[in-house]
Design a protein around this ligand. Structure first.
Ligand code: ADP
Length: 189
Protein backbone atom coordinates (compact mmCIF):
# COMPACT_ATOMS: atom_id res chain seq x y z
CA UNK A 1 0.00 0.00 0.00
CA UNK A 2 1.07 3.53 -0.72
CA UNK A 3 -0.30 5.99 1.82
CA UNK A 4 0.16 9.75 1.81
CA UNK A 5 -0.83 12.59 4.06
CA UNK A 6 -1.73 15.84 2.34
CA UNK A 7 -1.03 18.52 4.86
CA UNK A 8 -1.75 22.24 4.99
CA UNK A 9 -3.68 25.01 6.70
CA UNK A 10 -7.39 25.66 6.05
CA UNK A 11 -7.79 26.76 2.44
CA UNK A 12 -4.47 25.35 1.24
CA UNK A 13 -6.15 23.35 -1.54
CA UNK A 14 -5.98 19.87 -0.03
CA UNK A 15 -9.45 18.89 -1.21
CA UNK A 16 -8.93 20.18 -4.76
CA UNK A 17 -5.61 18.42 -5.19
CA UNK A 18 -6.81 15.21 -3.52
CA UNK A 19 -9.55 14.88 -6.14
CA UNK A 20 -6.97 14.97 -8.90
CA UNK A 21 -4.50 12.71 -7.12
CA UNK A 22 -6.96 9.90 -6.44
CA UNK A 23 -7.90 9.84 -10.09
CA UNK A 24 -4.30 9.65 -11.24
CA UNK A 25 -3.03 7.19 -8.62
CA UNK A 26 -6.19 5.19 -7.86
CA UNK A 27 -5.95 5.90 -4.15
CA UNK A 28 -8.79 6.31 -1.68
CA UNK A 29 -9.30 9.85 -0.42
CA UNK A 30 -10.24 10.21 3.23
CA UNK A 31 -11.04 13.73 4.37
CA UNK A 32 -12.03 13.91 8.03
CA UNK A 33 -13.66 17.30 7.40
CA UNK A 34 -15.85 15.81 4.64
CA UNK A 35 -16.72 12.83 6.85
CA UNK A 36 -17.75 15.09 9.72
CA UNK A 37 -19.84 17.25 7.38
CA UNK A 38 -21.60 14.13 6.04
CA UNK A 39 -22.39 13.01 9.61
CA UNK A 40 -23.75 16.46 10.45
CA UNK A 41 -25.90 16.48 7.33
CA UNK A 42 -27.28 13.02 8.17
CA UNK A 43 -27.82 14.11 11.78
CA UNK A 44 -26.13 10.92 12.99
CA UNK A 45 -25.23 10.57 16.68
CA UNK A 46 -21.64 11.46 15.81
CA UNK A 47 -22.82 14.43 13.74
CA UNK A 48 -24.81 15.77 16.67
CA UNK A 49 -21.84 15.42 18.99
CA UNK A 50 -19.46 17.35 16.77
CA UNK A 51 -21.57 19.93 14.95
CA UNK A 52 -21.17 22.72 17.48
CA UNK A 53 -17.41 22.23 17.79
CA UNK A 54 -16.97 22.32 14.03
CA UNK A 55 -19.26 25.30 13.55
CA UNK A 56 -17.08 27.16 16.03
CA UNK A 57 -13.83 26.25 14.32
CA UNK A 58 -12.58 23.98 17.13
CA UNK A 59 -10.95 20.63 16.63
CA UNK A 60 -13.00 17.52 17.37
CA UNK A 61 -11.44 15.47 20.23
CA UNK A 62 -8.77 13.03 19.06
CA UNK A 63 -10.57 9.96 20.35
CA UNK A 64 -13.64 10.60 18.19
CA UNK A 65 -11.65 11.60 15.12
CA UNK A 66 -9.28 8.62 15.29
CA UNK A 67 -12.15 6.13 15.69
CA UNK A 68 -13.96 7.60 12.69
CA UNK A 69 -10.81 7.54 10.57
CA UNK A 70 -9.98 3.94 11.41
CA UNK A 71 -13.51 2.87 10.61
CA UNK A 72 -13.27 4.54 7.22
CA UNK A 73 -9.95 2.87 6.41
CA UNK A 74 -11.41 -0.49 7.40
CA UNK A 75 -14.25 0.02 4.92
CA UNK A 76 -11.68 -0.20 2.11
CA UNK A 77 -9.77 -3.45 2.63
CA UNK A 78 -8.74 -3.68 -1.02
CA UNK A 79 -7.38 -0.14 -1.32
CA UNK A 80 -4.08 0.37 -3.14
CA UNK A 81 -3.44 3.17 -0.69
CA UNK A 82 -4.94 6.25 0.89
CA UNK A 83 -4.64 9.99 0.76
CA UNK A 84 -5.37 11.38 4.19
CA UNK A 85 -6.62 14.95 4.02
CA UNK A 86 -7.20 16.93 7.20
CA UNK A 87 -5.82 14.07 9.28
CA UNK A 88 -3.65 13.89 11.34
CA UNK A 89 -4.24 17.35 12.80
CA UNK A 90 -2.55 16.71 16.16
CA UNK A 91 0.54 14.75 17.21
CA UNK A 92 -1.54 12.15 19.10
CA UNK A 93 -3.52 11.61 15.87
CA UNK A 94 -0.26 11.14 13.95
CA UNK A 95 0.95 8.61 16.54
CA UNK A 96 -2.38 6.77 16.45
CA UNK A 97 -2.25 6.65 12.64
CA UNK A 98 1.26 5.18 12.71
CA UNK A 99 0.32 2.41 15.11
CA UNK A 100 -2.95 1.69 13.31
CA UNK A 101 -1.18 1.33 9.95
CA UNK A 102 1.59 -0.72 11.53
CA UNK A 103 -0.99 -3.17 12.84
CA UNK A 104 -2.13 -3.52 9.23
CA UNK A 105 1.42 -4.12 8.02
CA UNK A 106 1.67 -0.78 6.26
CA UNK A 107 2.78 2.80 6.96
CA UNK A 108 2.74 6.39 5.76
CA UNK A 109 5.02 6.64 2.73
CA UNK A 110 5.17 10.41 2.60
CA UNK A 111 3.66 13.63 3.86
CA UNK A 112 3.25 16.50 1.44
CA UNK A 113 2.68 19.93 2.91
CA UNK A 114 1.04 22.56 0.74
CA UNK A 115 2.62 25.89 1.48
CA UNK A 116 0.32 28.91 1.21
CA UNK A 117 0.72 32.26 2.94
CA UNK A 118 -1.83 33.72 5.31
CA UNK A 119 -3.00 36.50 2.97
CA UNK A 120 -3.83 34.07 0.17
CA UNK A 121 -5.59 31.67 2.59
CA UNK A 122 -7.84 34.42 3.91
CA UNK A 123 -8.77 35.43 0.35
CA UNK A 124 -9.58 31.87 -0.71
CA UNK A 125 -11.71 31.11 2.31
CA UNK A 126 -13.70 34.34 1.98
CA UNK A 127 -14.45 33.28 -1.61
CA UNK A 128 -15.36 29.72 -0.53
CA UNK A 129 -17.71 31.10 2.13
CA UNK A 130 -19.57 33.00 -0.59
CA UNK A 131 -19.79 29.89 -2.76
CA UNK A 132 -20.64 27.21 -0.20
CA UNK A 133 -21.94 29.10 2.84
CA UNK A 134 -19.82 26.89 5.13
CA UNK A 135 -20.43 28.38 8.58
CA UNK A 136 -16.91 27.65 9.75
CA UNK A 137 -15.58 29.75 6.86
CA UNK A 138 -17.09 32.90 8.40
CA UNK A 139 -14.38 35.32 9.49
CA UNK A 140 -14.67 34.84 13.28
CA UNK A 141 -14.85 31.03 13.00
CA UNK A 142 -12.00 30.99 10.56
CA UNK A 143 -9.90 32.89 13.08
CA UNK A 144 -10.45 30.06 15.58
CA UNK A 145 -9.48 27.44 12.98
CA UNK A 146 -6.28 29.32 12.23
CA UNK A 147 -5.52 29.45 15.96
CA UNK A 148 -6.14 25.69 16.24
CA UNK A 149 -3.84 25.17 13.28
CA UNK A 150 -0.98 27.16 14.78
CA UNK A 151 -1.39 25.83 18.32
CA UNK A 152 -1.96 22.12 17.59
CA UNK A 153 -1.69 21.10 13.96
CA UNK A 154 1.62 22.75 13.06
CA UNK A 155 3.43 20.33 15.45
CA UNK A 156 2.57 17.47 13.12
CA UNK A 157 5.21 18.81 10.70
CA UNK A 158 8.29 18.21 12.90
CA UNK A 159 6.81 14.82 13.81
CA UNK A 160 7.05 13.70 10.18
CA UNK A 161 10.23 15.66 9.54
CA UNK A 162 11.80 13.51 12.27
CA UNK A 163 10.76 10.45 10.28
CA UNK A 164 12.21 12.00 7.10
CA UNK A 165 8.87 11.79 5.36
CA UNK A 166 8.09 15.45 4.82
CA UNK A 167 8.08 17.23 1.44
CA UNK A 168 6.89 20.78 0.84
CA UNK A 169 5.13 21.98 -2.28
CA UNK A 170 4.27 25.57 -3.13
CA UNK A 171 0.47 25.77 -2.98
CA UNK A 172 0.15 29.09 -4.83
CA UNK A 173 -0.23 29.20 -8.59
CA UNK A 174 -2.24 27.32 -11.18
CA UNK A 175 -4.05 24.21 -9.92
CA UNK A 176 -2.46 22.10 -12.65
CA UNK A 177 1.05 23.34 -11.91
CA UNK A 178 0.65 22.53 -8.22
CA UNK A 179 -0.73 19.13 -9.22
CA UNK A 180 2.32 18.48 -11.40
CA UNK A 181 4.61 19.27 -8.47
CA UNK A 182 2.64 16.99 -6.16
CA UNK A 183 2.72 14.21 -8.73
CA UNK A 184 6.49 14.59 -9.06
CA UNK A 185 6.83 14.01 -5.32
CA UNK A 186 4.52 10.98 -5.35
CA UNK A 187 6.32 9.51 -8.37
CA UNK A 188 9.47 9.26 -6.26
CA UNK A 189 7.86 6.50 -4.18
P1 ADP B 1 -10.19 22.96 6.42
O1 ADP B 1 -10.81 23.58 5.23
O2 ADP B 1 -10.02 23.90 7.55
O3 ADP B 1 -8.97 22.18 6.14
P2 ADP B 1 -11.77 20.57 7.01
O4 ADP B 1 -12.89 20.51 6.07
O5 ADP B 1 -10.64 19.63 6.83
O6 ADP B 1 -11.27 22.07 7.08
O7 ADP B 1 -12.30 20.39 8.51
C1 ADP B 1 -13.36 21.16 9.03
C2 ADP B 1 -13.46 21.01 10.54
O8 ADP B 1 -13.65 19.61 10.89
C3 ADP B 1 -12.23 21.42 11.34
O9 ADP B 1 -12.19 22.82 11.58
C4 ADP B 1 -12.44 20.62 12.63
O10 ADP B 1 -13.42 21.19 13.44
C5 ADP B 1 -12.98 19.30 12.12
N1 ADP B 1 -11.89 18.35 11.82
C6 ADP B 1 -11.53 17.89 10.59
N2 ADP B 1 -10.50 17.04 10.68
C7 ADP B 1 -10.18 16.96 12.00
C8 ADP B 1 -9.18 16.28 12.75
N3 ADP B 1 -8.28 15.49 12.14
N4 ADP B 1 -9.15 16.43 14.09
C9 ADP B 1 -10.03 17.20 14.71
N5 ADP B 1 -10.99 17.91 14.08
C10 ADP B 1 -11.07 17.79 12.74
Amino acid sequence: MLNFVLFGPPGAGKGTQSEKLIEKYQLIHISTGDLFRAHIKDQSALGQRVSELIANGKLVPDEITIAMLEEEVDKNPDAKGFIFDGFPRTVPQAEALDSFLERKGTSIAGVIALDVDQEELTKRIAQRQLETGRVDDQADKLQKRIEEYFSKTIHVLPYYEGQQKLSKVNGIGKIDDIFAELSAVIDQY
